[in-house]
Design a protein around this ligand. Sequence first.
Ligand SMILES: *Cc1c(COP(=O)(O)O)cnc(C)c1O
Length: 404
Amino acid sequence: MERRDAADPLRACRDAFDLPPGEIYLDGNSLGALPHAAVARVAATVRDEWGKGLIRSWNTADWIGAPARLGGKIARIIGAAPHEVQVADSTSVNLYKLLVAAVQAQPGRRVILSEPGNFPTDLYVAQGVAATLPDCELRTVSRDEIVDAIDESVAVVMLTHVHYQSGARFDMDDITRAAQAKGALMLWDLSHSVGAVPVDLNAANADLAVGCGYKYLNGGPGAPAFLYVAERHQAALRSPLSGWMGHAAPFDFTDDYAPGQGIARFLCGTPPILGMAALEEGVDLFLAVDRPALFAKGQALCSTFIELVETRCTGLGLTLATPRDPAARGSHVSLRHASAWPVMQALIARGVIGDFRAPDALRFGFTPLYTAHADVWHAVEALRDILASGSWDQPAFHVRAAVT
Ligand SMILES: *Cc1c(COP(=O)(O)O)cnc(C)c1O
């Protein structure tokens, strides 16, 4: 593993991050690590732009341009045109805006189609949309039945490209084509894909997408999220959250709402500038690297992890929940274990940080910007030792926390 790291042209990327020494961080798919540049940038934004520039900074520091500027940068990572992406709100709120817009744009089609076990907020938001719009309904069918379940009643198919728990990845081209063949719109949630696997929304002809800023993009806790609306739909779709930042002329201060041009109409309120400042530094790191090489490294880290677990942890009660085929998964791996919660707490106490996902998954994210091959080795050895010795079975490790 050390030889692989020495030969890794991307190994210097790790130096861009402030990682706690002595720990192995395998949870960048849940909260990305802190880029050094974000510390300096947020400090400067607070001290100079806020402190000294005050209200002038909306123009002089281009705060007002941040949603479009960051959107344009993220567009390069997800295969979209710059004017098709905006950074705004949270993933949940962006889902709400796009789902309502998609259903309202297609009278006669009232179904939002998704899969059971999708990330909870996606289903909860869709349930809220269904409860709000007349006759609207959320229908869920298992992932291998999705294509067959798309019919003329479906307004929008909403799927998470890389599943948050299993890591299974949908074929974006195939499913998008199947949705559009039946006249439905396709909405992809890219939260576990952006910065983790290659994504090309334009090549897939995707209609709509949302994604998260604080996972692989390293934007910081609660970082703003992004949304994508294909250019061909921008004029027809209307955001239900018709706030002033999405107005055609916010600073005319008129009484009546008129949607802005293009993607700007999907903004709602004032952009969170401190969060945007941190996120921009995280995104800039991706723009500077060879992304195909980066994604290939992520796949290699995942494959190595699976191979080591299967050779060194046999008979210790672990089952692989993630596809073995790199093309069919994201950049994280889940293992099922009957005592997954206390096992993960024991690992964390040893400095190997992954997470637990109910009911029984140990989840490990491999973020190629800052994870080394040697980290994978040490993580598997720690897991093996904890399981083989039974050291996870202590009262302290059984105590549940609010956030898992
Ligand atoms: C992380 C994640 C979200 C996060 O939504 P928030 O509004 O930021 O809490 C949404 N969808 C998926 C699939 C995710 O993985």
